[in-house]
Write a protein that binds this ligand. Structure first.
Ligand code: SF4
Length: 81
């Protein structure tokens, strides 16, 4: 718990959409950042910039974004920004 608080700040999220298997976990964990695309079933990182299948967004959070650790397809990474 304490480590979560100490990790508060800006994070850079990178999303490889080609890897997404459409499980919906990211949208469940952080609905303020992720929505599911009804057409192809894959996640969309909101307010992201991207090219081809790689998308990036800077986010403010009280801890390292959990979806970066829990995405089963390893499609998401996060680092301090
Ligand atoms: S958690 Fe990963 S695999 Fe699941 S919908 Fe999100 S990006 Fe796709």
């Amino acid at each position: 718990m304490q480590s979560s608080v100490s990790n508060a700040g800006m994070y850079s999220i990178q999303y490889n959409r080609k890897r997404c298997i459409g499980c919906g976990l990211c949208a469940s964990l952080a609905p303020e950042r992720w929505i599911m695309n009804e057409k192809d079933g894959k996640a969309i990182l909101q307010r992201a910039r991207g090219k081809d299948h790689i998308f990036r967004a800077r986010v403010l959070d009280i801890r390292r974004p959990r979806e970066a650790d829990e995405c089963p397809a390893h499609a998401i990474s996060a680092s301090p920004a």
